[in-house]
Design a protein around this ligand. Structure first.
Ligand code: ADP
Ligand code: MG
Length: 343
């Protein structure tokens, strides 16, 4: 559902919320907007629309207020005053709550939470964004939030937060562009693939690539980095020593509330070819990554050899490595076949 409404008074906002309340029942609704935008007014409308009597005011002392009975329970959270240490406790409670109740849940200031409620499976999450548009006019934008797709800005925030080295971001971009081309061809041929999700997984697949760089020698990198970057990389390498960057990256994305992206990212490590893939998104990210040498697209055999020299020199030209390569070539064949470029 995506709808934009305009109201010109708090009564109109309440009436609008009451009118659409039946379609909001049982959902998790994230209310965003400045103080005085009309979030609480909206909750009041939803409660009234579901036939709940009683006064709705912002929960000031508690974070939660409960209205109604039986099937028509409305749980109203206002997280405006939440502090960091309460945050993680409340997060756990919300996790619990979201997965066990079918009550209608309305949350003011959901952005104060570190988790994204949209990740809790099985519950539909809507975001209601209320914007001041002069005097008593408000623009109310209601949107389905179940997609995981981030904006370019948010992707950049991820790179900044995890200190993704510049050359790695360039590699991610190369993989993303190539993967999207393949995904588009696949969808055109009737295959079920989410191109946006492929792009996002590609852009984030190597977000913490540095955790298992075989040669970690930033001095030789051709771009500037700060001492803060360096310290972060060293810390992360210590913390995740012995793990594959795909697994660490997936874990991070999962923790941020991007389970679908995480699952695809988890499968881009070279050895996933052994266990196989569960979706076209996974296949396409894997394959596109195996065609991108740094920031250029090269033939598969060239990249496989380069990867092996950098990551597993002891496996060069062994029987096992040939067997694995055969499987990657078979994946290439499968993809080419599907996009109509018969090999
Ligand atoms: P929030 O919970 O977002 O802080 P409230 O719902 O508590 O906001 O308060 C909204 C305030 O804005 C109320 O004082 C209300 O009278 C006023 N207001 C003016 N125009 C509108 C409108 N179109 N919709 C909602 N509230 C409005
Ligand atoms: Mg409020």
């Amino acid at each position: 559902m995506k709808h934009v409404y305009t109201t010109n008074s708090s009564d109109e906002t309440e009436a609008l919320a009451a009118e659409i309340a039946p379609s909001l029942q049982g959902k998790i609704i994230l209310l965003q907007g400045n103080l005085g935008a009309g979030k609480t007014t909206f909750v009041r409308g939803v409660a009234r629309g579901l036939g709940i009597k009683g006064r709705v005011v912002s929960p000031t002392f508690a974070y939660e207020k409960i209205y109604g009975k039986g099937k028509k329970v409305v749980r109203h959270f206002d997280l405006y005053r939440i502090s960091d240490n309460e945050d993680s406790l409340l997060e756990e409670e919300l996790h619990e709550l979201f997965s066990h109740t079918t009550d209608t849940i309305l949350i003011e200031w959901p952005e104060r939470l570190a988790i994204r409620p949209q990740t809790i499976s099985g519950r539909e999450v809507l975001s209601v964004t209320i914007e001041h548009a002069g005097e008593d006019t408000r623009i109310i934008d209601i949107q389905n939030e179940n997609s995981e797709i981030l904006t370019t800005e948010q992707i950049k925030e991820f790179y900044a937060r995890y200190h993704t080295p510049f050359h790695v971001t360039q590699h991610c971009l190369t993989v993303a562009n190539f993967a999207v081309k393949i995904a588009n061809l696949l969808s055109r041929n009737g295959y079920k693939i989410d191109t946006d999700l492929v792009r996002q997984a590609a852009l984030l697949h190597d977000i913490v690539r540095y955790v298992d760089f075989k040669n970690f020698d930033p001095d030789t990198w051709k771009f500037d980095y700060s001492t803060e970057d360096l310290h972060y990389w060293i810390e992360m390498r210590k913390k995740h020593a012995g793990r594959h960057h795909a697994a660490v990256g997936a874990e991070i994305l999962h923790a941020h509330g991007f389970p679908k992206t995480a699952k695809i990212v988890a499968k881009h490590d070279f050895l996933s070819i052994e266990t196989g893939f569960e979706s076209w998104e996974e296949k396409v990210l894997y394959y596109a990554d195996k065609r991108a040498k740094h920031d250029s697209i090269v033939p598969l055999h060239e990249r496989l050899e380069d990867g092996r020299q950098r990551n597993a020199p002891h496996l060069l030209n062994t029987e096992n490595s040939h067997a694995l390569d055969e499987k990657v070539f078979a994946l290439e064949k499968e993809i080419f076949h599907a996009i109509g470029m018969l090999l």
